[in-house]
Design a protein around this ligand. Structure first.
Ligand code: ADE
Ligand code: ZN
Length: 339
């Protein structure tokens, strides 16, 4: 298959995005527009200067800029505009379903109401369903660098919004903040009927992945690429069909792997793990879902059958209802025969 043919195949095949921080879709142009709107002074003189600062050497160097960017989000329309811009970007990339993280504490810490963020994002997702037929789930993440008490307060704020929030997750600075720090919060979240996911094994060791599985009872591991260091863990992940939401461009930008050619996605896939491809924070890492597929396919020489597996894994690992999964898996089969 030619490179162009492969790109058509990757664009057209129906797929779900399962690891996307909505605050990570804020493009520099929108950061500046919202800063102007609200009279916020930025540390950078121009869009170009801000973009030039996206030269990260690890997770923390990214998070420092990412939280600074999120500071321009002030009212419900801002959250709506950010969500609508993301949906518009991925609509022609064959993305049929999105599961979106949001970080309420990033906003409530600055005095922005929980509902301001939630309602703006929700409105964007409702419109995506009504106008484009794109379905979604919302996942509320706790910031792991903050206390378990703060996470518990955030969970309390989510309780009146169970109709909108499907699952809880765990993100931000991984090292030194193991999943077990949040065992009680996640137990309470499960008792309240939320599904759970957690970032683990992005920078942190395999032990953090065990903790996410055993202490937080997660349905998916976000990233999880360091599972490769532990053969017993890999066997377990394969046996339990535990999905990993892998983010190739993010991993290279944050120096988890030096070059895309070094990425272990293909090896994890060949070990029988339920690997999916995702974009994490596309405005900061140089590409949305399709660009992640293209980058990793070229570097690792993935085949059509690998791409098909990654797409069907994304549907199977999603939180859509079983009949929707069956529908999209059939569409993938039909697409793979036709193209
Ligand atoms: N918040 C946004 N992106 C993140 C990532 N890749 N890891 C941890 N926290 C994040
Ligand atoms: Zn992430």
């Amino acid at each position: 298959m030619t490179e162009a043919g492969m790109e058509v195949f990757m664009r057209g095949i129906p797929k779900a995005e399962l690891h996307l921080h909505i605050e990570g879709t804020l493009e520099p142009e929108m950061v500046f527009a919202l800063a102007r709107k609200h009279g916020v002074k930025l540390k950078f003189p121009s869009v170009e200067a801000l973009r030039a600062a996206y030269d990260f050497h690890n997770l923390q160097s990214f998070l420092d800029i990412y939280y600074e960017g999120a500071n321009v989000l002030r009212d419900e329309d801002d959250f709506h505009a950010m969500t609508a811009a993301y949906i518009a970007r991925v609509h022609d990339q064959g993305v049929v379903h999105v599961e979106i993280f949001f970080d309420p504490q990033t906003h409530t810490e600055r005095g922005i109401a929980f509902e301001t963020a939630l309602n703006g994002i929700r409105r964007g997702l409702d419109e995506a369903r009504a106008k484009l037929g794109m379905t979604s789930r919302l996942i509320m993440c706790f910031l792991r660098h903050m206390s378990a008490e703060s996470a518990m307060q955030t969970l309390q704020q989510a309780l009146p919004h169970k109709d909108a929030i499907h699952a809880v997750g765990l993100d931000s600075s991984e090292m030194g903040h193991p999943p077990s720090k949040f065992s009680a919060v996640f137990r309470r979240a499960r008792e309240e009927g939320f599904l759970t996911v957690a970032h683990a094994g992005e920078e942190g060791p395999p032990e953090y992945i065990y903790e996410a599985l055993d202490d937080l009872a997660v349905s998916r591991i976000d990233h999880g690429v360091r599972s490769e260091e532990d053969a017993v863990l890999c066997k377990r992940l394969a046996h339990e069909n535990m999905p990993l939401t892998v983010c190739p461009l993010s991993n290279v930008k944050l120096a988890v792997f030096k070059r895309m050619e070094d990425h272990n996605l293909k090896r994890l896939l060949d070990m029988g793990l339920c690997v999916t491809v995702n974009s994490d924070d596309p405005a900061y890492f140089g590409g949305y879902l399709l660009e992640n597929f293209i980058a990793v396919q070229r570097a690792l020489k993935l085949t059509r059958s690998d791409i098909r597996k990654l797409a069907s894994n994304s549907i199977e690992a999603s939180f859509m209802p079983p009949e929707k999964k069956q529908y999209w898996l059939k569409q993938i089969d039909g697409f793979a025969v036709a193209v």
